[in-house]
Design a binder for this molecule. Structure first.
Ligand code: F6R
Ligand code: MG
Ligand code: MG
Length: 366
């Protein structure tokens, strides 16, 4: 059997520049130098360092499989190293996503976001890495559903015999730490009941039914649930394989032509449109947003990351960005009112408990 390759995307916010809007180039340079050494030493086959907003992202290929301590520890140590640089520059929120003082085998549950997949590289292997800032992992539910289950988005579901049977969706119940698999199209309506509540149920992975091959995987860590308090939004990542019996690159990108509403934005407490931008425009500034998504496209060549191509650097997404700005204006006019502000359950980690405690005695029974 052919040797499997692993793609690991591990990310964290270890310091913003300026505020939470973007990233200082010294952090990227630090990470590139250290990950470059790990590539020379043979721990990694290849690596690409990038960022979206204030999140630094390590895109790595290797042969250690998913959840490999050697890869997770490498990423953790470099986040710590970048934090030291951030502290020297007094960048904002230096080390904010590193919730623990010491590494303990796997970065999951320690603050950073992780998406990893292991597979046999095909004759040609196009992969798309989506990275978002100022939102949470449930933001992927809508686009991933569209890519793999909506025939109005993905023509291949109708036209390509190898996709016609559909896909399996693994959904994580983040509140109860359990998961369930749905077979689509047959169980599409059940799936939608859950994933339509993206703060509770998150699509973790998608698999082709005919051979159970992995097609997409997302980071499902929710920082607030790990830390038990508000510690910023989770700014998720998503890996999608494309073409030859999977959605085409254009079918994978198509859902993002609609800037759907996601939770996040200012103080992680507002609904806002998810705006697809080029790498250079991924600096959420207005009201610390609106939420951004970038997409780095690669062709894999024996694990080598040939790329990236800046997939949203395309005028055909100009209209989406304009629509996102209109939606941003519309929602901003609501100020502190729902549905711009998140519903009460989502405020549980911020102001709500304190305000209720203060007011408790002043409520009269009626
Ligand atoms: C959202 C985010 C920012 C901050 C906001 C307040 O994910 O990170 O919107 O919540 O800038 O930050 P502090 O409380 O650090 O001043
Ligand atoms: Mg931040
Ligand atoms: Mg961020």
């Amino acid at each position: 059997m052919a040797e499997k390759i692993t793609v690991s995307v591990i990310k964290a916010d270890v310091g913003g520049y300026v505020g939470h809007s973007s990233m200082h180039p010294d952090l990227i340079a630090t990470a590139e130098a250290s990950l470059g050494k790990a590539k020379k030493a043979g721990t990694l086959i290849d690596v690409h360092v990038t960022r979206v907003g204030d999140d630094i992202e390590f895109i790595m290929t290797h042969r250690h499989g998913t959840d490999a301590t050697v890869v997770h520890e490498l990423a953790w140590n470099i986040f710590v190293e970048c934090t030291e640089v951030a502290k020297k520059l007094k960048l904002y929120g230096a080390g904010q996503d590193l919730l623990s003082d010491a590494f303990s085998g796997n970065v999951k549950g320690m603050g950073p976001g992780v998406a990893e997949m292991e597979f046999v590289e095909r004759k040609a292997e196009p992969i798309l890495i989506f990275m978002a800032d100022k939102t949470s992992p449930g933001a992927w539910n809508y686009p991933v559903f569209k890519m793999f289950a909506d025939p109005f988005n993905t023509a291949g579901l109708v036209i390509d015999p190898s996709m016609h049977d559909g896909f399996n969706f693994v959904v994580m119940d983040v509140m109860k730490n359990r998961r369930i698999t749905f077979s689509c199209p047959e169980e599409m309506y059940d799936l939608l009941v859950l994933i339509g509540a993206p703060e509770y149920y998150i699509i973790q992975s998608v698999h082709r039914k005919s051979d159970n091959d992995i097609c997409a995987v997302s980071s499902t860590q929710r920082l607030a649930l790990i830390a038990g308090r508000y510690v910023g939004k989770d700014d998720p990542v998503l890996i999608v394989r494309a073409q030859s019996g999977l959605p085409a690159v254009g079918e994978v990108l198509e859902p993002f032509a609609f800037p759907h509403a996601v939770a996040g934005w200012m103080r992680g407490s507002h609904q806002g449109p998810l705006m697809p931008t080029s790498f250079d425009s991924a600096n959420p500034s207005r009201f610390d947003g609106p939420p951004r998504v970038i997409c780095a496209g690669f062709q894999l060549a024996d694990g080598k990351l040939v790329g990236p191509r800046d997939m949203f650097d395309d005028p055909s997404f100009d209209h989406t960005r304009m629509m996102a700005n209109y939606i941003a204006d519309y929602l901003r006019r609501h100020g502190p009112f729902e549905p711009h502000r998140l519903p009460l359950e989502e405020m549980e980690y911020t102001t709500m408990p304190g305000v209720m405690e203060k007011l408790e005695d002043r409520f009269e029974k009626v």
